[in-house]
Write a protein that binds this ligand. Structure first.
Ligand code: NAD
Length: 359
């Protein structure tokens, strides 16, 4: 009973519309879909496949992630609401065609209120199975008429966020000669390394999986590998979190030596208010995660509304100016960049909500 009350309290505090649980014994599927806000359009967000320690951790994650999607769409000028799904399990062991198709049926049962895509632990191959059971899926392979893996576009907007942060802090947006640490070299991280190397950055990488590090070292032998436990102690100019969230917290901020934090991971600030302000006080330029990792969402939105790569990359370009706009607003109003970005996103949702009340 206590658990139910606490879930609704969480929904109330984070302003969620709906949370749906799915379970299937035959395939081992245990999933949760969080629908945060559908004022701007149907909720869209990827499916995270992760070995959560407890069900409560999975609920917490889906609530935080789906809320982030609402603001990401709002700030990118996209007509989508915020949603996200999590599947509880080991992505290296528990995936099967049957599980994905069962999940697809489950998504389908929501009638388009939630549209899925890839996220951590999932791939466009997985979305191919989901697409066998529902049309409410994006990030499906190109040969099925989809846009494929959204990660290169996410890496591109993250790169633009890094460049805009450099422009703001130094007046020059080149990463050439800058020391950049990419934490997590999975789908997004590896493309980000490519952009950084192309422009002459000195790249440091960290990952908990050896195979990911070997892939990167094979492509770029001169990248330096940092053990996961030493990430916050390394002396770099830019820290780019591209693994999981909450890595910016009271324990890590005092250790950080970088002047810029700009990465693709969702929900980087463990506490948006406290840690957003701590970064501001420490003088670290923080490019809000939900803004600069919007490339993937922009890409799947273009897939949903009529895909072509030029349109997706062209739309993604706006992230550079938007990042500068947020730094300027934060300065003017003496607030954290995270707060500045949230305010812009909120304003757009409120304006569209008012429009929705007219016939
Ligand atoms: P991914 O699973 O392909 O890559 C994540 C990588 O991080 C993996 O290689 C994993 O081994 C590594 N990792 C996990 N814990 C780590 C740790 N403690 N230290 C170092 N490395 C660690 O996921 P992805 O698609 O690349 O997404 C990365 C992040 O970006 C996630 O937070 C995701 O939500 C966010 N994001 C992704 C997209 C996208 O288009 N894929 C879009 C928006 C946001």
């Amino acid at each position: 009973m206590q658990k139910d009350i606490s879930l609704f309290q969480q929904m109330q505090e984070m302003e969620h519309e709906q949370v749906v649980f799915g379970y299937d014994e035959a395939t081992g599927l245990k999933c949760i879909i969080g629908i945060h806000n559908t004022v701007l359009g149907p909720s869209l967000g990827g499916t995270r496949f992760w070995n959560y320690a407890t069900d409560a951790d999975a609920v917490k994650d889906v609530l935080r992630l789906s809320r982030g999607m609402t603001y990401k769409a709002a700030i990118s000028g996209i007509n989508l609401g915020g949603g996200k799904a999590v599947i509880i399990g080991d992505p290296y062991r528990d995936k099967s065609e049957a599980l994905w198709r069962r999940f697809g049926k489950f998504v389908n049962s929501l009638g388009g209120k939630y549209i899925t895509a890839e996220d951590v632990g999932t791939s466009s191959k997985d979305m191919e199975y989901v697409a066998m059971e529902t049309k409410y899926v994006t990030g499906v392979p190109e040969f099925l008429g989809g846009s494929g893996d959204p990660s290169p576009v996410t890496a591109y907007t993250t790169f633009l966020g890094i460049k805009a942060s450099l422009k703001k802090s130094t007046g020059n947006d080149s990463v050439g000669g800058k020391k950049v640490l990419v934490q997590g070299v999975g789908h997004v991280g590896q493309y980000l390394v490519k952009y950084l190397k192309e422009e002459g950055a000195e790249v440091y990488v960290s990952d908990i999986h050896e195979d990911k590090l070997s892939e990167i070292k094979k492509e770029y032998p001169d990248v330096k590998v940092v053990p996961p436990e030493s990430v916050y102690d390394v002396d770099v100019d830019i820290y780019a979190p591209c693994a999981l969230g909450a890595t910016i917290n009271s324990e890590t901020i005092p250790k950080l030596k970088c002047s810029i934090i700009a990465g693709a991971a969702n929900n980087q600030l463990e506490n948006e208010i406290i840690h957003g302000n701590m970064l501001k006080e420490k003088g670290i330029y923080y490019a809000p995660d939900f803004l600069i990792n919007a490339g993937g969402l922009i890409n799947v939105y273009c897939e949903w509304t009529g895909y072509n790569r030029e349109r997706a990359m062209g739309t993604a370009e706006m992230i550079y100016d938007r990042t500068l706009e947020i730094y300027a607003k934060a300065d003017e109003e003496n607030i954290s960049t995270h707060q500045a970005a949230l305010q812009i996103a909120h304003e757009r949702i409120q304006q569209v909500a008012k429009l929705n009340s007219y016939l």
